[in-house]
Ligand binder design. Structure first.
Ligand code: TF8
Length: 339
């Protein structure tokens, strides 16, 4: 009995209830099916958001749009799913912005280290003019971008030793997303970056192909990385957004009323997913500690050491990303900080 209770407590993450669906039924012609694929597993905050999206769209279309969810990269990783949207063989996906930088170079701005000191500052940028413009820019190349979500603040894990300064990273093989700026971050800190798709990551960690990786607490737990990584450091070094994408081929078949319904549902999903992710973040960090992971929390001074060491990364990428965009975002962040 005691064993069962303990198992239940560590296995299940308490998800907040799904909100009620508000808004009238949307009247339009036709029946549609949406296959919606993501890379994280069923027990993550991202999937919870998708369940809300499904509920909104199915209820408000009176069942004329059916949404089917495919978590855990079963239909492909971020890049493969995005290509499938372009080809018209998959209707929706919600990747991190980072693997898409070759398609949309401005997305690299979100890979800059320590850009958003607080999540609300990311919200201010993504929900404001800059975020809107980026959704419009990303609505090309066979894709329609209809909203933002939260992947969140990234934390470092590894199998070798506690890390509380860049010196401890010397020689560690760290898996990064397929993104040059992320590779630059880890190289600058003294580690050996190895870019790899998220779908291959658990096996690579398990087999020791790489020593470590970095992702938000919720992903570390929902992907069971703690089973193959003994050490973690709360670095909060990058805030990664998710972007909600629809296949343009599918989008063009939808009546305008349903396009609007998808846009509304994507906004609601994004807001709810942020809530879930932020509500669960500390609880999950605690769960990971309870499960035996050794978690290093850094002092402000220790964080400063990482920040100072990473200053060259800003210089290296300024021209590539566009200095104007970086400055606009930093101004926004400062305004949000002053409020
Ligand atoms: C990564 C990202 C991923 C997500 C998702 C699984 O590390 O943070 O966790 O983009 O597709 O690749």
């Amino acid at each position: 009995f005691i064993g069962l209770t303990a198992l239940g407590a560590s296995a299940a993450t308490e998800m907040p209830p799904l909100p009620e669906v508000t808004g009238d039924k949307v009247e339009a012609e036709g029946n549609f099916n949406i296959k919606f694929s993501i890379g994280t597993t069923k027990s993550g905050a991202q999937y919870r958001g998708l369940e809300y999206f499904e509920k909104i769209v199915e209820q408000r279309s009176g069942g004329d749009i059916q949404v089917e969810l495919f978590p855990g990269a079963q239909l492909g990783d971020d890049l493969q799913a995005t290509s499938a949207l372009q080809a018209g063989t998959l209707e929706m996906t919600m990747p991190s912005t980072s693997p898409l930088v070759n398609m949309f170079p401005k997305f690299a701005v979100f890979d800059l280290p320590f850009l958003f000191p607080k999540p609300e500052m990311a919200d201010a940028v993504l929900d404001g003019e800059i975020g809107q413009q980026m959704l419009e820019d990303a609505s090309s190349k066979g894709l329609v971008a209809i909203g933002w979500g939260e992947n969140g603040y990234r934390q470092l894990t590894n199998s070798q030793r506690p890390v509380d300064s860049p010196d401890d990273l010397e020689g560690l093989k760290i898996r990064t997303m397929q993104n040059e700026l992320h590779m630059d971050i880890w190289r600058t800190l003294g580690a050996n970056p190895t870019p790899m798709s998220f779908a291959e990551l658990f096996t690579a960690l398990e087999q020791g192909v790489v020593d470590g990786q970095e992702n938000p607490w919720i992903t570390i737990k929902s992907s069971k990385f703690n089973e193959v990584q003994d050490y973690a450091t709360e670095t909060n070094h990058v805030y990664t957004p998710f972007i909600t994408l629809v296949s343009k081929r599918f989008w063009d078949r939808l009546p305008e009323e349903y396009q609007q319904l998808l846009r509304d549902a994507a906004t609601k999903m994004g807001n709810y997913q942020r809530d879930v992710s932020r509500t669960l973040n500390d609880q999950i960090k605690q769960d990971l500690k309870d499960s035996g992971m050794q978690i290093t929390e850094l002092t402000d001074e220790q964080i400063k050491v990482f920040q100072n060491k990473l200053e060259p990364v800003y210089k290296n990428w300024r021209d590539e990303i566009g200095g104007e965009l970086i400055d606009q975002i930093r101004t926004k962040v400062q305004q949000a900080q002053a409020q």
